[in-house]
Design a protein around this ligand. Structure first.
Ligand code: SF4
Length: 297
C-alpha cells in the first residue's frame, strides 16, 4: 500500500468548496498540512473503554476553541488549528504493531480528529482502519466530520466497531464561533443516520456542553441524536484547561451576549455551581425519557 505523497501545501488549496473553514473568527487564518513520520501507532490509553489510542494526525484543523489537546500535548493554544502534521507512515507502523501488541480496543482518536479535512487527501485513517479490519481488532471512532461515511465499506468489515459523533449545539452561529473548521452539526447528524441505517453502531458525545447552551437546546440535541440512531449518549461539561478561557474569549468576542453568558457560568460561583449540574441533568433526563442510555464521560 502506498500512502499518497504530497508536498506541503495550504489546506485551502485542496479543500472542497463547502468544507472551507468558516471565515469567523475573522483572524483565524489558514491551516497548513505537512508530512510527518510516526514512530508508534498504538499508544496505551488512559481513557476508559480504550486499551489503545491512535492519532493519525498531529494537530487539528477543526480548531475548536475549547480543545483540550493543546494542553495535553503541551502545545500553544494560540497556534492550535493552524498547522497539522499528517503521519503518513502510520499504517505501515500499525501493521507491525498489530502483530506484536496485545489485542484491545483502539480509540481513534484522542488528541486530533481522524476525519479532519486532510484525511480526504491523505487517507491515513482509512488505511489504518483497513489494517485493523484485517487483524479484526475492536475499534471506536470519534469525529466531528461526516467524511467518515466514505469509509463505511471498511468499517462494515470490522466485527466490533462503533462510530461516535461529537454533537455540541443546534445553533450554527455558535458552532461557527466555537468549532470554526468543523462541519455543521446537521451534517454530523445526517452521517450518524446514514451509518445507523447500515447497522454500523453509533453514539453521540454531547460534550463539552457549551457554557452558552440553553436547557431546551440540550434536550433538543438529545432528541436529534435519538432520531439519528445513536445507541447511547456520553455527556461532559467544559473544563477550563490551560489556555481554554483565553481561546473562548477570542472565539466569543464577536458576540458579547454569548461571551457574557459564558463568563458568568464559568466564573461566578452561584452560576458555575448551578449551570453544569442542571445541564447534565437535562441531558440525562431527556435521554432516559427516550429510553436512550446515557453516561457521564
Ligand atoms: S475536533 Fe477535537 S481534537 Fe480537533 S480541535 Fe476540535 S476538540 Fe480538538
Amino acid at each position: 500500500m502506498n500512502v499518497p505523497d504530497h508536498p506541503e501545501e495550504p489546506l485551502d488549496s485542496w479543500l472542497y468548496a463547502d468544507e472551507r473553514p468558516d471565515p469567523t473568527p475573522p483572524d483565524r487564518g489558514r491551516c497548513r498540512v505537512r508530512r510527518a513520520h510516526a514512530r508508534t501507532a498504538l499508544s496505551p490509553s488512559g481513557l476508559e473503554g480504550f486499551d489503545w489510542v491512535l492519532n493519525p494526525y498531529h494537530g487539528c484543523a477543526h480548531g475548536c476553541a475549547y480543545c483540550y489537546a493543546p494542553s495535553v500535548l503541551g502545545e500553544d493554544m494560540e497556534a492550535w488549528g493552524r498547522a497539522v502534521e499528517a503521519r503518513q507512515n502510520m499504517p505501515t507502523v500499525l501493521s507491525r504493531e498489530l502483530r506484536r501488541k496485545e489485542r484491545g480496543v483502539v480509540g481513534i482518536s484522542s488528541v486530533t480528529d481522524p476525519y479532519q479535512p486532510a484525511e480526504r487527501r491523505y487517507q491515513i485513517t482509512r488505511y489504518c482502519l483497513e489494517r485493523l479490519a484485517r487483524h479484526d481488532w475492536p475499534v471506536c471512532v470519534l469525529t466531528k466530520s461526516d467524511l467518515v461515511v466514505r469509509d463505511t465499506d471498511v468499517l462494515g468489515t470490522i466485527s466490533e466497531v462503533e462510530v461516535g459523533f461529537t454533537i455540541t449545539t443546534t445553533d450554527e452561529h455558535q458552532r461557527r464561533l466555537m468549532e470554526p473548521g468543523a462541519p455543521p452539526v446537521a451534517r454530523r447528524l445526517a452521517a450518524m443516520r446514514m451509518l445507523s441505517d447500515i447497522d454500523i453502531p453509533t453514539y453521540a458525545f454531547i460534550g463539552p456542553i457549551y457554557p452558552t447552551a440553553s436547557l431546551n437546546e440540550l434536550r433538543e440535541m438529545v432528541r436529534r441524536v435519538h432520531e439519528a440512531g445513536a445507541r447511547y449518549v456520553l455527556v461532559d461539561r467544559l473544563n477550563l484547561k490551560r489556555g481554554v478561557w483565553l481561546s473562548l474569549l477570542k472565539a466569543l468576542g464577536p458576540d458579547p451576549v454569548l461571551l457574557s453568558t459564558a463568563r458568568r457560568r464559568l466564573f461566578l460561583e452561584e452560576a458555575r455551581d448551578v449551570f453544569y449540574p442542571r445541564a447534565i441533568r437535562a441531558v440525562e433526563d431527556e435521554a432516559m425519557s427516550l429510553g436512550l442510555a446515557v453516561s457521564r464521560a
